[in-house]
Design a protein. Structure first.
Length: 146
């Protein structure tokens, strides 16, 4: 088993009014050249938690961090006009909290971050600020919520 020391939260960057099935998500990743879905788990709008990739396989979700992390993605992340927004439903929020707690306990890790938190610290002040984000994903502050 590989060493896991981080959980990375993502959004699918899809509109809140357009569903994205696990199969469609996997197909999107295959079209990008990945060997299946790059995330380990996918949380649907109704709160369903879908296993997408075995945890013993490195993900394809956060370049430079895949070898030692688990990728969790939630369906959504864009509003009806296609702008970044926290579109999580209450069921998604609950499922994300439960899933992250279980994974953190199982893998003995406390490092839980959003994909945007892995952006480079361009000004070297030790803080990844919004103007330094290379992605807005996951459209909420993981550090304060999870």
């Amino acid at each position: 088993m590989r060493k896991i020391d981080m959980i990375v939260i993502h959004c699918s960057a899809t509109r809140a009014d357009v569903p994205l099935s696990p199969r469609q998500l996997e197909e999107m990743h295959r079209q990008r050249g990945f060997d299946g879905c790059g995330y380990h788990y996918y949380v649907r709008r109704d709160g369903e938690i879908c296993t997408m990739r075995p945890v013993d396989r490195p993900g394809a979700h956060a370049k430079g961090y895949n070898q030692h992390s688990i990728g969790v993605c939630y369906e959504g992340g864009l509003d009806e006009q296609g702008r970044p927004a926290d579109t999580r439903t209450e069921l998604q929020k609950r499922s994300l909290r439960v899933l992250v707690r279980v994974l953190a306990m199982d893998f003995q890790t406390r490092r839980i971050v959003g994909h945007r938190d892995l952006s480079p610290d361009l000004d070297g002040d030790g803080v990844i600020e919004p103007e330094e984000w290379t992605k807005v994903c996951p459209c909420f502050d993981v550090g304060t919520e999870l």
